[in-house]
Ligand binder design. Structure first.
Ligand code: CTP
Length: 405
């Protein structure tokens, strides 16, 4: 199969941020995949990487100056903005986002962005206070509404010495986003007319009005699968437990808290062609959660009586009226992954199990290694980002519906 990135044309605009150095690795990796890259270096970007390193890696001229006669003669900003399949701004600073949101065009990069008729993707990076500032968040929303694709900054240590949200996304993550963009434009019809329900995130089971039982699920894998199916043109309903994730555009989202609510919402979403149960559903809920906060009393430790929750995957797999054609479950295991997954496939009555070993940092993390267990056998997928797992799964789902018309 041809690489989705091969022969794509990318215009990379490098803004002024310490993380600009990551662009060199990004360019190298994209070039290896056959992407043709033109680079525009802003004044700020030029403080962190040199035009020479960029032109060596891109094997192209690097554009810097709006009023350079030779540049204009060879490739003006209009052509630069039109002759590529995608424009990526990485790193995108707070200042760059503000200019983009307001249509300011005071240098080659911003003029190109204003003149373009091509999709634009940005990878912001900045100090976490700057990121959280209402002005930046407002600009972000303006850009999103306008259709700019956003690769959100990551959490962690920032160059300024503080800790928070604002790190430039890792190169792998940026590449996954670029792949997803091209896949979605290429595949946007393949599951058209098909409907899917995806469950995601944890469930919270109340103990009293302030306390609950829960787990470490972040919802990232389920959200990524919902988005990947959407990108294939499917109608997607996402039944989500409590998460910190942004509701994805173009997806019907049903927010729930407990396992029983998740069960009801999932059943109500039927009929569907496929259901993917990614949620880490609590196995039990508390019998008679207290209506008032349980007070601490010396020597009196409360005992919780637990009652089994409904098994959503099992009940959808055995649904009398609306059994979807494809039901996929996940198996979160800490040992004997394949065996447990094979047992789950049998017990639950679903068609595929995506099994993962969650003993590392899978829950809450960005990467995952999974096995796909079906009645036909087991296939092991590489250690990759959750976005890549989602894309590979969506592809396999698409193949299933193609082969089982
Ligand atoms: N699941 C579900 N409803 C439940 C419990 C689990 O739909 N009440 C689904 C999960 O979404 C997942 C699959 O069942 O797709 C397996 O979940 P997992 O937690 O790995 O297994 P359990 O069935 O809970 O079994 P155990 O905890 O014993 O491993």
């Amino acid at each position: 199969m041809a690489d989705i990135l091969e022969n794509r044309k990318l215009l990379l605009i490098i803004g002024g941020g310490i993380a600009a150095y990551k662009c060199l690795d990004l360019i190298r990796r994209l070039k290896e995949r056959g992407v043709e890259i033109q680079a525009v270096l802003t004044g700020g970007g030029g403080k962190f990487v040199t035009p020479l390193s960029l032109s060596s890696l891109t094997e192209n001229k690097v554009y810097q100056d709006l009023f350079s006669l030779t540049d204009e003669a060879e490739m003006g900003h209009i052509r630069l903005s039109r002759e590529n399949d995608l424009i990526l701004v990485a790193p995108a600073t707070a200042n760059m986002m503000a200019k983009m949101a307001n249509g300011i065009s005071d240098n080659l990069a911003t003029t190109t962005l204003l003149a373009t008729n091509k999709p634009v993707m940005i990878a912001p990076t900045m100090n976490s206070q700057m990121w959280g500032h209402p002005a930046t968040q407002h600009n972000l929303n303006v850009l999103k509404e306008r259709g700019t694709l956003i690769i959100p900054p990551a959490d962690g240590d920032l160059a300024c010495g503080e800790v928070g949200t604002g790190r430039l996304a890792e190169v792998d993550e940026i590449i996954s986003n670029i792949e997803a963009f091209f896949l979605s434009s290429e595949n946007s019809n393949l599951l058209k007319g098909k409907s899917f329900t995806v469950t995601a995130g944890p469930t919270y089971e109340a103990i009293d009005p302030v306390r609950y039982l829960a787990n470490h699920s972040s919802g990232k894998q389920g959200y990524a699968i919902a988005k990947a199916l959407r990108d294939y043109g499917a109608n997607v309903t996402l039944v989500s437990g409590p998460t910190n994730l942004e509701p994805p555009a173009g997806i019907r989202i049903l927010n729930v808290t407990s396992a029983r609510e998740m069960m009801e919402a999932t059943e109500n979403s039927l009929p569907a062609d496929g259901v993917v149960c990614v949620a880490a559903v609590a196995d039990w809920h508390v019998n008679n959660p207290q209506r008032q906060k349980i007070k601490k009393r010396p020597g009196a430790i409360p005992t919780l009586e637990l009652i089994e929750n409904p098994d959503i995957l099992k009940s959808i797999s055995n649904h009398k009226e609306h059994r979807p054609r494809l039901v996929i479950g996940f198996a979160a295991e800490t040992e004997n992954v394949t065996n447990h997954a094979q047992n789950k496939l049998e017990n639950k009555g679903c068609d595929w199990i995506v099994a993962n070993d969650i003993s590392g940092d899978v829950m809450g993390g960005d990467r995952n290694q999974v096995q796909i267990v079906t009645k036909e056998g087991v296939s092991e997928w590489p250690y990759q980002s959750k976005v890549e797992v989602a894309q590979q799964l969506a592809k396999q789902i698409e193949d299933f519906f193609k082969d089982n018309k």
